[in-house]
Design a protein around this ligand. Sequence first.
Ligand code: MN
Ligand code: ZN
Length: 500
Amino acid sequence: MTDAVKVGFVPFSTAARGVLVVFCDDALKFGPQATKALGGTAGSVKRAAAASRFKGKSGAVLDILAPEGLKAGRLLVVGTGKAADLKPIDFLKFGGKLASKISGGSEDVLVVADNASGSMRAAQAVSLASGIRLRAYRFDRYKTKKKDDDNAPMKAQFSIAVSDVAAVKKAYTPESHIVDGVVLARELVNEPPNILFPVEFARRATQLRKLGVQVDVLDVAAMTKLKMGALLGVGQGSSHDSRTVVMRWNGGKRGEQPIAFIGKGVCFDTGGISIKPAGSMEDMKGDMGGAACVVGLMHVLAARKAKVNVVGAIGIVENMPDGNAQRPGDIVTSMSGQTIEIINTDAEGRLVLADVLWYVAQKYKPKFMIDLATLTGAILVALGIDYAGLFSNNDKLSERLMEAGQETGERVWRMPLGPEYDKQIDSQFADMKNTGGRNGGSITAAQFLQRFVDNTPWAHLDIAGTAMGVPASDLNRSWGSGFGVRLLNRLVADHYEAKK
Ligand code: MN
Ligand code: ZN
């Protein structure tokens, strides 16, 4: 992983050498530890703030030469807005904000973790650390010339000064696994498609075995035996064989019904015979963002030894045009026995998911299934890039997902399902067709999936707008976002783990 940034915790007595970071509220009030760290310079910092029109608004940063009298060379003041109404997600963003001000090079950064209302709690200091790491991550494995500042590898050392170092370190361990999982998901999304083809993707998933995850890889022969005709049809035009990978983490009670996460893993989507236009086709290396999220999530749950039984299943294929590729007009038989007329070979993700959803529903009888997929361009038209589309047959699961979305900032917006939409995918020649036309495109895609969940409580997240290609944010500057890892970890932690 290209996660070179180092984050550690030190006592408040530590002196700053390179960059000093302190927080203030929107009355430009510093906490007691920040005041101490600033020595007698708080007055000149306030004058600098006034000259720069810095008002301590949430997430605003004052970036100045450190005033005379400080050992540090540079001072960053991060505004927290109203100190009274800060939420956990705010501290994550503050960490990201301050990291965004530190470019390459080997800077030594001391972050004083207090604000106007006093020392930060352990959980808040930990969120700062996570925010720093999430924002500092960059994907630069294939850059051989790392000379200019922006391409220089991040070597900064962040030290977060806190009151109880031991307590914060203890709280940080499980949280750091969450960042690791997000970074893993981003890595998979960012990797080029000539490197990360289905067999290689499956191999990387098997590395979760080191954490105690059981990983089974189904090859083409195994999937043929299972009659996964929908998934296999998508991959048949590629020189790379398809795979389904099933990952199991059994941290819950023996024999307890698992929960399940399913991911679309189209390593590259040309559209197939219904080929896409050339513009931005390179982005289709990210069409495995759902599968990447499931692998990242399984990493988090296993690494922090979550007390729950979980199945993670991903269908991994490459969708190529070829003499052997599937045609519009073909009729394939899915594992469920239902037949599908192929109208457009570019609507391939739902074909992959159809067989994996059915397989998981039959074999593991989970409490619920949540699938993630970069499924439709239509979800971008509907929701843009700030919310993922949520489709579900279960109100309770939906509410929990929306709540976890607000808490983590990985937000989801519920979209409708209904028989009116379902009719749109009825076929003249088979049980259904794989597209429902232009209107409600993300909804008819979800209707298609619903035909394969066999009444299991289920939610589908269309992450085509949120998984990749989003502009740099407080928590991410890389092309792949790792969207969904923090959301689903939160859902599991809040509702499905046995309490310790
Ligand atoms: Mn497609
Ligand atoms: Zn696709």
